[in-house]
Ligand binder design. Structure first.
Ligand code: ADP
Ligand code: ADP
Length: 231
């Protein structure tokens, strides 16, 4: 599904050159749950931005579902991003003026779906996260954990190839965090790959694979046999 070959990233600011990511190879198959950990400044965000097509890599090749996205222009790049990648952020990023239904509808409107298709997708996603009954509510009427569920529903409604989650439980208390992790695991078991950046080593242990980033170097510890066995 995702294949990176000798991908690297160098930032040039003024005369200063920062090698944010050293060349690495990575394959992620459909349905895998991959955690990305590492200290602050190690390159996690850079990796996520490249995987999410928010930023260009400066070397190597990146294939998504077999397509080489390395040479695409910005327009094609955003099209693929909208169709194939669902984003989940620490801060939920819901629009406060829109109810849950319309929040989920927003990214669908940028695509070619007719209104019936959009409606089915919205209701299906809300049901998947257990919030169908609250479709007319506004984000501020929900708890943090529920808001993150809506953000997950919004990402799922687009039927992405994979979810990119950046510290998805960073703003939640531990009980809500546990609920969100259970939901993500559930989603992964239904076949959607998840790439999740987390500071929390314990949380990383819940993924099948753990990629550690240190000083721009990606390394993968052994496959997490325990999580894989549960899955
Ligand atoms: P993390 O997410 O693990 O905290 P980042 O990916 O944000 O790490 O940063 C990795 C390295 O790349 C750091 O040294 C950071 O200063 C540098 N970096 C990140 N973004 C930029 C940028 N836009 N311009 C220059 N350097 C950057
Ligand atoms: P289903 O069509 O599967 O039975 P529901 O009856 O639970 O789904 O909910 C569908 C309702 O949601 C429809 O009546 C539809 O008009 C309504 N709806 C449409 N747009 C919005 C919106 N922006 N906010 C809340 N509900 C909406």
């Amino acid at each position: 599904m995702l294949k990176m070959v000798q991908v690297a990233k160098t930032y040039y600011t003024d005369s200063i050159q920062t090698q944010a990511l050293c060349p690495f190879d990575l394959n992620i198959a459909q349905g895998e749950f991959v955690a990305v950990t590492g200290p602050s400044g190690s390159g996690k965000t850079t990796f996520l931005n490249i995987a999410g097509l928010l930023e260009n890599h400066s070397a190597g090749q990146y294939f998504l579902d077999g397509q080489d996205i390395t040479l695409l222009n910005d327009k094609d790049r955003s099209k693929i991003r909208n169709e194939k990648i669902g984003f989940i952020f620490q801060s939920f990023n819901l629009i406060p003026e829109l109810n849950l239904y319309d929040n989920i509808d927003m990214p669908l409107r940028y695509r070619q779906f007719n209104s019936k298709e959009r409606h089915n997708r919205i209701m299906g996603a809300l049901e998947q996260v257990g919030l169908a009954g609250r479709k007319g509510h506004y984000p501020q009427q929900l708890s943090g954990g529920q808001q993150q569920r809506v953000a997950i529903a919004r990402a799922l409604a687009g039927t992405p190839s994979f979810l990119l989650a950046d510290e998805p439980t960073g703003n939640l208390d531990s009980q809500m965090a546990t609920g969100i992790m259970a939901l993500l695991t559930d989603i992964q078991r239904q076949g959607t790959s998840i790439i999740m950046v987390t500071h929390d080593p314990q949380q990383a242990q819940q993924a099948e694979r753990i990629i550690e980033v240190r000083d721009g170097i990606l390394s993968e510890s052994q496959r997490n046999v325990k999580a894989a066995a549960i899955a």
